[in-house]
Design a protein around this ligand. Structure first.
Ligand code: ADP
Ligand code: ZN
Length: 740
């Protein structure tokens, strides 16, 4: 297969124009029949690495995946692209399972997902043997391959049996995929799966589209308002992580009162409630999921725009994985951590509760490690250097320079040259034989008379007392920065003993200068306003209209909106505004099947939008010729959506209750439809709903206290105006203010 035809296949089936880093090499290795191990961060694009080869080879590819929800998602997405895919697991009836098995034997299925326990249960291997004889097994893909390792965070004993695959089918290539970063787990996967001289691809774990920031908590009420403000500034779906179930419930309730569509998720809810809430969030019926960390594993919603940790995470690895649920689709996304010292005490208390369930003795080693991990989180949060660099260092990657996408890099602190102090510090580590933590080193440098210093005769060292000119805090900041900048390492056994590395010696030899960002004032950091891309107003409005259509189409098929088109595709569509099928096909994310299925609906919206905002003379759509392909707006308008059905009835003179009754909706939903349309820039006369006098009063309230909190507005208006009235007037007000 030439590289060119690989690229064509990528466009045809998935609609993408080019491969992401690593994908092509992995696919080529797998196609050549080689075992492969793909290690890529969340959102790196692992799925295509086994899906594309599966389509290009004869026979069926067996995909082992640990989570039923994940299987369903992937199969739905594949079918949307017109690809034969199915899954077999314990949720199916015997009849359904038989039908699917038959479809596999008939050769219409290219990818079959199975749970690992299913693979070796009952007659499945016999079935596979028949499949192999009749149509052939093209490959095995082991998703979430870290589950084979006890060293990983998600060990599953069933995965251990997967080794048999290599023995049973020595000639069928196996590809393992994981987002787990540690070296130890990688080696374990290799061994446990019995991979034969695999091609290994380790991608960078730098998620360049994620913006990292830390906001200090300032008292309960102010922190909540900061959270609310933060969410209001975000567009699209998000997750807010909290430490306890109680807090999850509180925050979700309060956000809802303030007009944010938020729902809770924690282990205390029934399975049914959890599933329901999860589905509503995935399908964009609600914007925000407020959850404990019980939520998120196996959720591959690609268009999560923000992840906020309202309480401190317990360790950096967890923080990286949880925050990493944002922006799988590669679009800009926000990761915000709230740093509260009160939370710190809560977690410390929880750690102190770790006891052996049998003897009731405290688990000292575990407690010690947990404390150190927590310390690292606080160091991250208090850090003044690039957040990305701190996270990546944790996974053994060195990142230098200004990332331009974290709060510290965007508002850098002034730098001072601390090379001499660093040399003092590092040589003190060397003289004390790399056997102590930062506290002790600082004691020695500052000439302390503490018992521990004297006992080790560290008052005899040449570095004793040479750092009296700097304060304890300054030394602490330096030691933290040396760690973050990779000039020093520490053990992870809970004792945090400082160790020297190559870079430390370079500093001591004078081959490197150490710059330290200086925090002069202790004022709480203000929320950094990021420059947002300035799209023209009409593009923003079109985007909203296209998004509304996508949501309606998705609801009609009971799938999440992203399955229809990703936000990236929608953005491109709003910018390029294609009005012919030919131009539509050029969008990234539009393959053959989706072109056929959706082009006309979306083009209709674009054409209709052009009536209001005529396109500039020079746009591609005007010049592309082939006018015959374009659809006329009128024939298609009726297809687009429940909100517009509401609008049509409203404009025909029906009132809210009539529309609700007629359409089988709640009146509140009808109000919401109108508000959504108003926000998307539709001009609707609402005088029939809210008298102009009342509109004026609400408008004044909005001007006075802003539109952030519906509840505040409601109270400000002395509860004399309904939430519905406030909502529609606010929609107009918002659209006038910033037509976003
Ligand atoms: P992972 O499994 O590594 O977390 P996915 O396979 O789910 O990541 O891919 C993440 C997102 O990136 C998906 O929305 C996917 O469609 C998209 N994607 C994957 N490969 C490409 C590509 N070559 N070009 C554009 N988008 C891609
Ligand atoms: Zn940075």
């Amino acid at each position: 297969m030439t590289s060119d035809s690989l690229q064509q296949a990528l466009k045809q089936y998935f609609g993408y124009d080019s491969f992401r880093a690593g994908q092509r090499e992995i696919i080529e290795a797998h196609l050549a029949g080689r075992d492969t191990l793909a290690i890529m961060p969340t959102g790196g694009g692992k799925s295509i690495c086994f899906q594309l080869p599966a389509l290009l080879k004869d026979g069926v590819t067996i995909v082992v995946s640990p989570l039923i929800a994940l299987m369903q998602d992937q199969v739905t997405a594949l079918k949307e692209n017109g690809i034969g895919a199915t899954f077999l697991n314990s949720t199916l009836s015997g009849r359904e399972a038989n039908l699917r098995s038959q479809a596999i034997l008939d050769g219409v299925i290219k990818l079959t997902y199975v749970a690992p326990e299913r693979l070796f249960a009952g007659q499945f291997i016999e079935f596979l043997n028949i499949v192999n004889q009749k149509i052939g097994i093209a490959g095995f893909a082991i998703d979430e391959a870290h589950c084979v390792s006890e060293w990983g965070h998600d060990f599953r004993p069933e995965y251990r049996q997967l080794r048999q695959i290599r023995q049973l089918y020595p000639d069928v290539p196996v590809i393992g995929l994981t987002a787990t970063a540690t070296e130890r787990v990688r080696e374990d996967i290799n061994q446990q799966l019995g991979l034969y001289q695999p091609y290994i691809h380790v991608a960078s774990f730098n998620r360049t589209n994620l913006y990292y920031e830390v906001i200090p908590k300032q008292g309960t009420e102010q922190s909540y308002l900061n959270l609310l403000q933060q969410i209001k500034r975000m567009q699209g779906s998000g997750i807010v992580y909290c430490l306890s179930r109680k807090r999850v419930t509180e925050i979700a309730d309060r956000l809802r009162e303030d007009g944010i569509a938020a729902i809770p998720y924690h282990a205390g809810l029934s399975t049914k409630e959890r599933e329901e809430n999860q589905t509503r969030w995935i399908r964009d019926d609600v914007q925000v999921m407020v959850a404990t960390i019980a939520f998120g594993m196996g959720i591959n919603k690609p268009d999560v725009r923000f992840v906020i940790h309202y309480d401190l995470p317990r360790n950096i690895e967890g923080y990286y994985q949880e925050s990493g649920r944002a922006g799988r689709d590669g679009e800009d996304s926000h990761c915000t951590l709230f740093l509260g010292y009160q939370d710190l005490e809560t977690i410390k208390y929880l750690i102190a509760q770790k006891v052996d369930p049998h003897s009731n003795e405290p688990l000292e080693a575990e407690q010690r490690i947990a404390h150190q991990q927590l310390r690292q989180v606080v160091d991250y949060a208090e850090g003044v250097t690039c957040r990305r660099a701190i996270l990546l260092r944790y996974f053994g990657e060195n990142f230098h320079g200004n990332c331009r996408n974290c709060d510290n890099c965007l508002t850098p602190k002034p730098m001072e040259d601390w090379t001499v102090e660093s040399q003092k510090f590092l040589s003190c580590v060397a003289r004390t034989k790399e056997r102590f933590g930062a506290g002790h080193i600082i004691d020695v440098l500052r000439g302390s008379r503490k018992e521990k210093v004297l006992q080790h005769q560290h008052d005899q060292l040449s570095t004793y007392g040479i750092g009296k000119d700097r304060s304890l805090d300054e030394w602490r900041q330096l030691s933290r920065s040396l760690l973050h900048q990779g000039y020093l390492t520490q053990t992870t056994d809970g004792y945090a003993i400082l160790k020297l590395n190559d870079r430390s010696w370079e500093v001591m030899r004078g081959q490197r200068n150490v710059l330290l960002p200086i925090e002069r004032d202790t004022e709480p950091a203000t929320v950094v306003e990021r420059e947002t891309s300035e799209s023209p107003v009409d593009v923003e409005i079109l985007f909203k209209r296209l998004r509304l259509l996508r949501k309606n189409l998705a609801d009609g098929q009971e799938v999440p909106p992203y399955v229809i088109f990703s936000n990236a595709t929608l953005n491109q569509m709003a910018e390029q505004q294609p009005t012919t099928r030919k131009d539509f096909a050029k969008l990234s994310g539009v393959g053959a099947k989706k072109l056929e299925q959706y082009a006309d609906d979306f083009i209709a919206i674009i054409l209709e939008h052009h009536l209001q905002y005529p396109p500039a003379e020079t746009t591609a759509s005007v010049n592309s010729g082939i006018k015959t392909e374009s659809v006329t707006p009128k024939s298609k308008i009726s297809k687009a959506g429940t909100q517009r059905e509401t609008l049509a009835m409203y404009e025909n003179g029906l009132d809210i209750d009539e529309i609700a009754r007629d359409r089988g909706l709640k009146p509140a939903t009808v109000w919401t439809h109108l508000a959504q349309l108003l926000e998307s820039g539709y001009a609707i006369n609402i005088d029939r709903l809210v008298s102009p006098e009342r509109q004026n009063v609400i408008y004044e309230a909005l001007e006075f206290i802003g539109g952030d909190s519906l509840r505040n507005l409601f109270e400000h208006l002395r509860e004399e105006y309904t939430y519905d009235e406030i909502k529609v007037v606010r929609a107009i007000w918002q659209n006038e203010k910033e037509p976003l």
